[in-house]
Design a protein around this ligand. Structure first.
Ligand code: ADP
Ligand code: ADP
Ligand code: MG
Length: 675
């Protein structure tokens, strides 16, 4: 086994690898960029080497610097994590040339699986079932059109070099094919530097089910069962689980053997994932087809660890150091059910636009263990409270993994864990994830890749904490803040809001009012003392007695009329962030809202909603545009965002060029709005 390894990555995966290394008494070397000088992964490793600027191309992708760092620190091997250099065959080869072990497959296997079209040709020869389609080398548009017509619509055009959900176009009918092909090729050349495409039949209501495989240097192969990653947004995974609901043992064995055949065909070594698209037939049967192989550890590997009780990073380290696989196929078993939720800095209500900012509050559920979520909760996180989510890297901040004896138990545990995840400072998908996990489709395991759009009505803008309780929580929080040391409590421990050192009295005209804003609506909240000592809280037309006390957890126990809940309230400026077991919301204390109304829309200015890179402009100066028309495309944190015209008008000057980095709020182009 190695004495020291370098981790050529950042964020949660670098911390994850460091934890297993520490358990195995292997020393770790971190590498970091400017933006990550104080990052958690640097603290998680025994030593750290600075490798350059914040942009990945200046640091985490500079493999000559990474190899030099490994050599300078005496590391024997490099763990690439996922993303960055993990699927770069040249890097794997350069490690070998430098006498370092690349903790991953041989360069030849990365190459064979690197392009979707070539890997499908290989898989065809290995007898692995493929989605009906075309994956030949001839890229003549007329031939591609003829192939699509032959396959039958709808079809999916995919960039052969694509990844991360990019470079795909669904086409519904023959007439639309040529335009879609041109646009797919444009995106492919821009994003991946290679415009070769393949065509697949577009599978209806498909599920994404993948198989974890492992090979060693002694020719042994196993599969560690499946993960269902059907719940996606923008073709990117959001929730993953294992085992896949509805999977029969026959189908599991067939898929497992097909995945092992795929791995064997490329002499695979280490951890890999064979992704299949699964067609759900009206008669309830399922048919699987090879999609691609990811030649690295996958983001969602913890669900497999939870159901098998194995630490896959430990397996990677053992295999890379020449040991045989820790277990053979007949020693592996599935125990219970595991689900992972990806917590991302993004705004689900605004098309999942990535968000940046500081984690003022970063409260996570209590965890049982690191490597295993055995009957409990595991959090793999790359950040700490106070850290900043920068625009340079992807938007995933943490993964929440739960395990239970059944899917229902895991689901219930996940909902509780999400409710205990309190993030203040930037937009996240935490509440959205709760809506997904409690939606009827997800709860009943009625899964397919379109679950999110299909359930849009119940998923977006769902408010589970109403006006009354939100106001009650904010009033209670304010009063607790004002509470003097002499606060008195009644026999049941409720705080007496009249026992305060301010100017209001429990006799005479005891009335206090608070101005608030909830969901954009101003609200006046009144507190009145009544003669039996109770306090009435009036919100809109509702009035009821308010009681509250501070629990030992720091939460506020608030009762308002017949409703009662435990609240965590965090005030940031004027905004109170309210978290409850049922959901979370925000409410604004209006006193300090004097500046409200200043944010008048500035006509004609189109600004970057996030820091990032300008990908393209789809208009030029002088163009007439209509409301909603796409003007420009920006990219940040693996996501593309289209800037649309707010109204009909004429485009003025373009203020940046494609490829330029812009800060949040930069004016991208001018537009004259039609009168
Ligand atoms: P999974 O491991 O579940 O397949 P993703 O498909 O989201 O996860 O990709 C895993 C990692 O690979 C991401 O975190 C990201 O860093 C990297 N990655 C994948 N595709 C791209 C891409 N097109 N551009 C940049 N990074 C990518
Ligand atoms: P990437 O390299 O971006 O991960 P994949 O080929 O793995 O690309 O596909 C990503 C996602 O796109 C899948 O998980 C699935 O949701 C969808 N998809 C891919 N191929 C098809 C297909 N033939 N029919 C329907 N959906 C598909
Ligand atoms: Mg994929």
């Amino acid at each position: 086994m190695f004495n020291k390894i370098l981790i050529a990555n950042r964020g949660e995966i670098a911390c994850r690898v460091a934890a297993t290394a520490a358990r195995l008494a292997i020393k770790t070397v971190a590498v970091y960029s400017d933006a990550d000088a104080n990052a958690k992964h640097v603290a998680a490793c025994d030593e750290a080497v600075y490798i350059g600027g914040s942009s990945p191309k200046d640091s985490y992708l500079r493999w000559e610097k990474i190899i030099a760092a490994a050599q300078a620190t005496g590391a024997q091997a490099i763990h690439p994590g996922y993303g960055f250099l993990s699927e770069n065959e040249e890097f794997a080869q350069a490690c070998a040339n430098a006498g370092l072990v690349f903790i991953g497959p041989p360069p030849s296997a990365i190459k064979d699986m690197g392009l979707k079209a070539e890997s499908k040709q290989l898989m065809e020869r290995a007898g692995v079932p493929l989605v009906p389609g075309y994956h030949g080398a001839n890229q003549d548009p007329a031939l591609l059109q003829a192939e699509a017509d032959r396959i039958g619509y709808p079809v999916l055009i995919k960039a052969s070099a694509g990844g991360g959900g990019k470079g795909m176009r669904a086409v519904d009918k023959s007439e639309d094919f040529a335009t879609a092909l041109a646009s797919c090729k444009r995106e492919a050349i821009n994003s991946f530097g290679d415009d070769a495409v393949l065509i697949e039949k577009y599978v209806q209501r498909p599920r994404h089910i993948e198989i974890q495989v492992f090979g060693d240097t002694h020719g042994n192969y196993v599969y560690l069962f499946e993960r269902d990653c059907s719940v996606q947004r923008r073709h990117q995974k959001v929730l993953e689980e294992a085992p896949a609901p509805g999977m029969t043992s026959e189908m599991r064995a067939q898929m497992g053997l097909a995945a092992v055949a795929a791995a064997r065909a490329v002499n695979y070594v280490g951890a890999g994932t064979v992704e299949f698209i699964v067609e759900q037939r009206p008669d309830g049967s399922m048919q699987f087809f090879f999609m691609e192989m990811n030649t690295r550890l996958q983001v969602e590997h913890p669900v497999t660890e939870a159901i098998t009780g194995q630490d896959l990073v430990e397996w990677q380290l053992r295999v890379a150091s020449g040991e045989p696989l820790p277990l053979m196929q007949d020693q592996l078993q599935i125990q219970g059910h595991a689900i992972e939720a990806r917590i991302c800095a993004e705004n689900p209500d605004n098309n999942f636009l990535p968000a940046t900012g500081t984690l003022h509050v970063y409260g996570l559920p209590a965890c049982t263990t690191f490597e295993r979520a055995d009957g409990g909760v595991r959090v793999d996180s790359g950040v700490r409270q106070g850290d900043t989510i920068s625009p340079f890297y992807d938007s995933m901040v943490a993964k929440l993994i739960v395990h239970g004896s059944s899917r229902e138990e895991a689901l219930a545990r996940l909902d509780t864990a999400l409710a205990q995840t309190h993030i203040v400072g930037l937009a996240t998908n935490v509440q959205f994830l709760r809506h997904v996990t409690t939606s009827p489709s997800f709860a009943n395991a009625d899964l397919d890749t379109a679950l999110i759009p299909r359930e849009a009505d119940v998923l977006f803008k769902q408010e589970k904490v109403g006006l009354g309780l939100a106001c009650a929580a904010l009033v209670a929080h304010t009063l607790v803040g004002e509470q003097s040391l002499a606060a008195t409590r009644d026999a049941r421990g409720w705080i007496d809001p009249w026992a305060q050192r301010d100017n209001w009295r429990s006799h005479g005209p005891s009335l206090r009012s608070f101005a608030m804003e909830f969901q954009g609506q101003p609200q006046t909240v009144r507190l009145t003392a009544v003669h039996d000592g109770d306090v009435l809280l009036q919100v809109a037309t509702d009035e009821a007695v308010l009681r509250y006390k501070v629990l030992s957890s720091g939460a506020l126990d608030v009762a308002w009329g017949s409703q009662r809940a435990a609240y965590h309230v965090y005030k940031k400026g004027d905004v109170a962030h309210v978290f409850t077991a049922r959901g979370a919301t925000q409410i604004v204390a209006i006193d300090a809202l004097a500046h409200a109304g200043d944010g008048v829309q500035e006509g004609g200015r189109l600004t970057a909603p996030m820091p990032g890179k300008v990908v393209s402009f789809s208009v030029k100066a002088g163009d007439k545009v209509h409301k909603g028309q796409a003007l420009a495309v920006m990219e940040a944190m693996k996501m593309e965002h289209t800037i649309a015209a707010p109204a009909d008008g004429v485009v003025g000057e373009l203020l940046f060029a494609p490829g330029d980095q812009v800060t949040e709020g930069s004016e991208l182009l001018r537009m004259e709005v039609a009168a």
